[in-house]
Write a protein of this length. Sequence first.
Length: 144
Amino acid sequence: MKEMAFQTNGLMDLLNIKVIESTETYVEMHMPITADLYQPASILHGGATIALLESAASYGAANNADFKVERVFGVNVNINHRKSGHAGVLRGIAKLSRKEGSKLYWDVVALDDEGDIVSEGSVLTLTVSLERLAEREQATRGDR
């Protein structure tokens, strides 16, 4: 894996998400389902599942980036929930389906302990050069 520009994983730490496997084309992460992640109906909150899946895709995108000169961003997330999560460990898997220039398209799936699909969908990530980010920041400041 290439050198990352961050020291902590922020939301991943908060949700106790652990990286199990990570390559340029495949990422698997695990997140324990606890009461802290429940919605009011005492089932796993869909937002936590989406965070797991976007994290997996973003981590994979980071594996494809050179953090000395660029950054990656999740720019589109499309997730369908199929089954409620109640307990155990949720497995989040992101597989690179195609690459178009700076865009990476990821197929993502969340599986419960039985291997059943809890949620699935796609995530689009975008790799942007630090130079382009600086230009955009300068343009934004100039508009004020």
